[in-house]
Design a protein around this ligand. Structure first.
Ligand SMILES: [Zn+2]
Length: 330
C-alpha cells in the first residue's frame, strides 16, 4: 500500500520507506527517510541541509554549495535515466528543463507509477533541453502558470525584444541593468547576449559563481564579474539584487513570467520564464496519459478545475498527508 501527499514536502510512503521530494524543512527523521531534491532554487533545495540521506544531480548540489559555501553530507549523486532502488521502490531521475541539473522523478512501485515534476519547462531554451515526458498513472505537477492568461510569446521573440531593448538603451547612452534570479535565468540571459550581441556581459559575484558551474557543464558562458575597473561602455549588467549597481545613467529591466502582467514605466519587463506556461502544462498532462493529476504551487485550484472539466481527468491540489510517528517505520 502506498500513501501520497504533502507533509513538509511531497511524500511517497510505503510501510517500509518514506521518500520526501523537495522538503521545505530540515527537520526530517534521518534514519527512515530518503530526500530527493529536484533543483537548486531556494524554495526546493533546503532539504540539502538535512541529516537524512539525500539525492540530487551533481549540478544541483554544486550550485547549492556555491551559493551557500557549505558542503552537502550524506549525499548520493544521481544521473538522468539511471534508476535508484529503495526496497521495492524504483526512482528514475529525468530532465525537467527548468535549469541546469533540474530533475523530475518517476517513482515506480509494483502496482503503480507516479511522476513528480518539481519545476518544469516544456520547451528548449539556449541553456536547457525541454522536460522529458513519460507515461505514468499519477502525475504530481507544478501549476505555477496554470491559468489560461499565462501564455507566453515565442521564446525567440522574447530573446529578440530583450536584445533590441538593450541595444537601444546603450545607443541612448544608458547602461542596461537586468535583475534576475541568480541561478537559471541569469545564465540564459548571459547566453542570449553571447549569442546575439558583441556586448560585454558583466555579472554579479553570486551569479558569476553559478555561471562557472554552467561552463563546467559544457554550457559555455562568456562574462566578466562586475568590478570598478571595467569599462561600462557597450556593457550589459546582470545582477540578482538591484542595489548592487548605483548609477543614475542606468536603464532597468526584469525577466520573469509574471512580467506578462506588469506595466511599469520605470522598468522594462520581459516574460522570459523557466516554467511551462499554461498551454505547455496542459500538453504535458495530455502527453503523460496520467489518470490522476495532483497540483502544487501557483494556480492549483484553477488548473485542477480545468483538467477535470476540459480533459475529464481526476485532478485536485496535492492533499496534505498526516505525519506518522517514527515507530510506524519500525
Ligand atoms: Zn525553480
Amino acid at each position: 500500500m502506498v500513501e501520497l501527499g504533502w507533509s513538509k514536502g511531497f511524500i511517497v510512503r510505503t510501510p517500509e520507506h518514506q521518500l520526501i521530494f523537495d522538503p521545505d524543512s530540515t527537520n526530517i527523521p534521518a534514519k527512515y527517510s530518503n530526500i530527493f531534491i529536484s533543483h537548486a532554487h531556494a524554495d526546493h533545495f533546503i532539504g540539502l541541509k538535512s541529516k537524512a540521506r539525500k539525492y540530487s544531480t551533481p549540478e544541483t548540489r554544486k550550485i547549492f554549495e556555491s551559493i551557500y559555501g557549505k558542503s552537502v553530507v550524506n549525499f548520493n549523486d544521481i544521473k538522468f535515466n539511471q534508476t535508484i532502488e529503495i526496497g521495492n521502490i524504483k526512482v528514475m531521475p529525468l530532465n525537467a528543463g527548468h535549469m541546469l541539473g533540474s530533475t523530475q522523478f518517476l517513482i515506480t512501485l509494483p502496482d503503480t507509477s507516479i511522476l513528480y515534476t518539481g519545476d518544469i519547462n516544456y520547451l528548449d531554451t539556449l541553456t536547457t533541453r525541454r522536460a522529458e515526458n513519460v507515461e505514468c498513472d499519477t502525475l504530481v505537477m507544478e501549476a505555477t502558470y496554470g491559468e489560461p492568461s499565462y501564455t507566453f510569446p515565442d521564446r525567440e521573440n522574447i530573446y529578440a525584444n530583450i536584445v533590441q531593448w538593450t541595444l537601444n538603451e546603450i545607443k541612448k547612452g544608458l547602461t542596461p541593468v537586468f535583475r534576475s534570479y541568480t541561478a537559471g535565468k541569469a545564465q540564459e540571459l548571459v547566453k542570449i547576449f553571447n549569442v546575439y550581441t558583441n556586448l560585454n556581459v558583466l555579472t554579479s559575484n553570486r551569479i558569476s559563481k553559478v555561471n562557472k558551474i554552467y561552463s563546467e557543464s559544457n554550457i559555455d558562458l562568456v562574462y566578466d564579474e562586475i568590478s570598478s575597473e571595467i569599462d561600462r561602455k557597450s556593457s550589459v549588467y546582470i545582477m540578482s539584487r538591484s542595489k548592487e549597481l548605483n548609477s543614475k545613467k542606468s536603464a532597468r529591466a526584469i525577466v520573469m513570467g509574471w512580467a506578462i502582467k506588469m506595466n511599469s514605466r520605470k522598468t522594462a519587463a520581459f516574460p522570459l520564464s523557466s516554467h511551462a506556461d499554461f498551454n505547455q502544462l496542459v500538453k504535458f498532462v495530455k502527453d503523460s496519459k496520467a489518470k490522476t493529476v495532483y497540483n502544487f504551487t501557483g494556480f492549483t485550484d484553477i488548473f485542477s478545475n480545468i483538467l477535470r472539466k476540459r480533459l475529464g481527468i481526476k485532478s485536485r491540489p496535492l492533499p496534505p498527508l498526516a505525519q506518522k510517528t517514527l515507530p510506524y517505520f519500525n
